[in-house]
Design a protein around this ligand. Structure first.
Ligand code: FMN
Length: 328
């Protein structure tokens, strides 16, 4: 067992979080992570309406008695979803942990806290982490440049971002982006984090409800096969390298506008990839860490393996490196 300030404050057994994932973070996956002792998270906006989110939460409750969280991602949008209604649905459903991401969570924080909900805010820079700490979130998830999804515009990888944030953050802090195994967990703890958040690794598990061909592709792919789209629009997203993402990069680098690529990047096309396994149907998120993934375990196998091997690395391999042990 690894105990950290994160496991204490958020009331989970292991310092491992399954971050919000559009089209992937559904009840089955979140419940499996909760059952295995991690923090599983349902992605609110994967559900078309707040009412559907309430049903998805009920579905997860049928699968586990353990607590799980809900992710609320607030991204710039021409037609924003009804965030306040999703927030209300989360509160009324009795959820106790929320992961916020994408923007300053200040407008939502008082309502969540009044309802006794702990807020884990995911951000990609030390300044945003400091801001979130100052407004009173309960934990930080700091997402390095390696991550799937939105890495921000600073391009600071975890090896620098995590210790830089740890130096100034006093509340529990989870390291995110590029984690898939025990080596990563131990490294994150050494860098000053209180646990890890994983997206891509959890996508590639038995309980993740995406098509097997997508999981197979993640197992095959190397760390070099992601693309950063929307760089010129300063809304960068790390996605799988495929025909569509390469075309989007080519068009935007050539001066195209968002309107010119709108159809290519449509969310429904991304959803089709996960549902049908057609890897070139649209844009789909995945991280560089796919290069470290070579199997499709159950969530319980994965979490047990990470925790068990982390204990072994800390107690045996690292402890064995101490010079006094050699001279004894
Ligand atoms: C398929 C997929 C969809 C994602 N969608 C979201 C999302 O809707 N909201 C969010 O905050 N993060 C999202 N993320 C980011 C993850 O929560 C997490 O921060 C990221 O995957 C960490 O990097 P890793 O993939 O290297 O573990 C997504 C990631 C993936 C792989």
């Amino acid at each position: 067992m690894l105990r950290t300030s994160f496991t204490e404050v958020f009331g989970v057994e292991h310092p491992i979080v399954q971050g919000g994932m559009q089209w992937v973070g559904r009840a089955g996956l979140a419940a499996a992570v909760a059952e295995a002792g991690g923090l599983g998270i349902i992605t609110a906006l994967t559900q078309p309406t707040p009412e559907n989110l309430v049903k998805e939460i009920a579905r997860a409750r049928d699968l586990t008695d353990r607590p799980f969280g809900v992710n609320l991602t607030i991204l710039p949008s021409i037609n924003p979803p009804p965030y306040d209604e999703y927030r209300q649905a989360i509160i009324e459903a009795g959820i106790t942990i929320v992961e916020t991401a994408g923007a300053n969570p200040a407008p939502h924080l008082p309502s969540f806290h009044e309802a006794g909900i702990k807020v884990l805010h995911k951000c990609t820079s030390v300044r945003h982490a400091l801001k979130a700490q100052a407004i009173g979130v309960d934990g930080i998830s700091i997402d390095g440049f390696e991550c799937a999804g939105h890495p921000g515009e600073d391009d600071i990888p975890g090896l620098v971002l995590i210790p830089a944030a740890a130096q100034v953050i006093d509340i529990p802090m989870i390291a995110s982006g590029g984690f898939a195994d025990a080596r990563g967990l131990v490294a994150a703890l050494a860098l000053g984090a209180d646990g890890i958040n994983m997206g891509t690794r959890f996508m590639c598990t038995v309980e993740s409800g995406i098509h097997d061909d997508v999981k197979r592709r993640i197992v095959e792919a190397t760390e070099r096969e992601t693309e950063l789209i929307f760089r010129p629009l300063r809304n960068t997203a790390r996605v799988a390298g495929n025909e569509v993402s390469r075309e989007v990069v080519r068009l935007l680098d050539g001066g195209a506008t968002f309107d010119d690529v709108r159809e290519l990047v449509a969310g429904v096309r991304g959803r089709e990839v996960y549902e049908t396994g057609d890897l070139d149907a649209g844009i789909w998120s995945v991280g560089m860490v796919q290069g470290l993934i070579d199997d499709v375990p159950t969530v319980a196998e994965l979490i047990d393996r990470i925790v068990g091997e982390a204990e072994e690395i800390i107690g045996s391999r690292l402890a064995g490196l101490r010079a006094d042990r050699h001279s004894a």
